[in-house]
Ligand binder design. Structure first.
Ligand code: AMP
Length: 487
């Protein structure tokens, strides 16, 4: 069987998996012998990047040359960082992480089994990722020299992995709380096929927010009139060491009732913290996940949930388990929180490319995560008319004939394409983000009401193409990648 890698390109840690000849899906350890690799990149004085544990260790000593949580910046058009003589952006940093994962895995194949390197991969993305983040993830794969067969949503990959051992008909909710993102997906498994009913999330909510709340709390407990955000802006070294200390304390509170956070800010401090205090001060963050789940449940038609699957490192916190038990009346399954996503991606790659059906359940319909539309006048006001809705199936191909010119004598139309989190046919402009715009011109004046046709298409990787056509002229958008091309 041809082989492929599945890669979980995580906010905090990344992981790579493969299906071996015995049909078992396994995670490949990195050259340091670890199953997961910290998604941290540091740059030497001469600009040479290094990735993983060594880079993470550099974070406290040399934060200026170290980059972490880059996945949170994938949506940020303006993110640029200068380290020494080089400029980096989120695509460059993500490409370095991918190179490390695939490079180490290939090296191990060669050293241990004399096997050829692999460069075909499926990469996972939060279901919540919009078009820009997806195209940048694809680009990072290409820049790392990889052939990205497809992207797959992380909760979908986790559920596929879960389905290897659990093939019964069930409705499952995947609660995925990672280091920097939260995703929830609701899936239905029927007769060996899994469909996604709904998905929702927030890519600015994850374990690091729990760390920062804890760090703020200890600063406040010691009566320092400063917050994590202040330190982040003015004193990166203290911020780095405090947040790393808070993360360690948080992990200890997963198994112990209390711990001490030791940190250095105007002297060394040892601040005691109990699990109860920690749960109280982060209750608001748990509430945010609750609201996101409620929206997903409503979109899915409020089905009865048979199983809740916890993935993402932060779902180990006891507060997550008790929250789920209270909300759904089921004991959640903690299912390889660090590895399930990469394994599901490897399985998906084999299913997609090779029609591989020997292991687990097959993926039916997946969902997108945002709505996409064009600006148009509705009742005299410029609004966004959504062509793809948040809860539409991932693979869509739709055409629209109801749009037209609004004044006599027009010789051009302006096309503006928007993304939003509004699951309605029409929404206000301010609720949406402009992704791309351009004009179609045809020269000869036409009467008001001349038809303007749109065709939108989204494939399995979640990337959208739009075709707009009027008076024999057309414009094609590959959103956020190549800009507008006229025909
Ligand atoms: P991921 O992005 O899925 O790798 O998740 C990483 C996040 O999980 C980080 O915020 C970690 O601090 C958090 N995490 C890992 N282990 C634990 C644990 N035992 N208790 C609480 N949080 C954890």
């Amino acid at each position: 069987m041809e082989e492929f890698y599945g890669i979980d390109l995580g906010t905090t840690n990344s992981c790579i998996a493969i299906i071996d000849e015995d049909d078992s899906v396994t995670v490949v350890t990195n050259m340091e012998g670890q199953l997961t690799t910290p998604s941290v990149v540091a740059y030497d004085e001469d600009g040479t990047p290094y990735v993983g544990t060594a880079a993470k260790a550099n974070m406290a000593n040399d934060p200026e040359r170290t980059v972490s949580f880059i996945k949170r910046e994938m949506s940020n058009d303006d993110y640029r960082r200068r380290i020494g003589n080089i400029n980096i952006n989120p695509i460059d940093v993500s490409a370095e992480i991918l190179k490390k994962l695939v490079g180490d895995a290939n090296q191990k194949r060669q050293d241990e089994e004399g096997k050829d390197p692999i460069n075909k991969v499926v990469i996972t993305v939060p279901a919540y990722f919009g078009n820009a983040e997806r195209t940048r993830t694809m680009e990072a794969g290409k820049r790392a020299g990889l052939e990205v067969i497809s992207l797959i949503n992380e909760p979908t990959a986790a559920a596929l992995s879960f389905g290897i051992k659990n093939k019964q008909n069930r409705t499952i909710l995947v609660y995925d709380l990672g280091g920097g993102t939260f995703d929830v997906s609701i899936m239905k498994i029927r007769n060996g096929v899994m469909d996604t009913l709904a998905t929702n999330g927030n890519h600015q909510l994850g374990g690091v927010d729990w760390d920062e709340k804890l760090a703020d709390y200890v600063l406040q407990k010691e009566n320092f009139n400063v917050t994590c955000n202040d330190l982040k802006a003015n004193d990166m070294a203290t911020y780095g060491s405090l947040v790393i200390g808070a993360e360690d304390a948080k992990k200890i509170l997963t198994t112990k009732e209390k711990t001490t956070l030791r940190y250095n800010y105007k002297g060394v401090h040892n601040t005691e913290i109990t699990r109860e205090e920690f749960e109280d001060l982060t209750a608001e963050l748990m509430g945010m996940t609750d609201q996101i789940i409620d929206v997903a449940m409503e979109m899915a038609g409020n089905p009865k949930i048979d199983d809740v699957l916890l993935v993402g490192g932060s779902s180990r916190m006891p507060m997550v388990k008790s929250f789920v038990e209270k909300k759904f009346g089921v004991t959640p399954r903690v299912f390889e929180p660090d590895l399930a996503v990469a394994k599901g991606a490897a399985l998906y790659a084999a299913q997609e490319e090779k029609g591989y059906t020997e292991v687990g359940i097959q993926l039916g319909n997946d969902k997108g995560s945002a709505s996409y539309g064009v600006a148009a006048y509705v009742g005299g006001k410029e609004m966004v008319c959504n062509l793809i809705l948040m809860n539409d199936d991932l693979c869509v191909n739709k055409s629209f004939d109801e749009f037209c010119t609004r004044a006599d004598g027009q010789t051009s139309v302006h096309i503006a394409f928007y993304e939003s989190r509004v699951n309605e046919d029409v929404c206000e402009l301010y609720m949406a983000q402009l992704l791309q715009e351009g004009d179609i011109e045809w020269g000869r004046p036409v009467p008001k009401g001349t038809p303007l046709k749109y065709v939108v298409e989204r494939g399995k990787d979640g990337i959208i193409k739009v075709h707009a056509e009027i008076q024999g002229r057309s414009a094609d958008f590959e959103i956020n990648t190549k800009g507008i091309a006229k025909g």
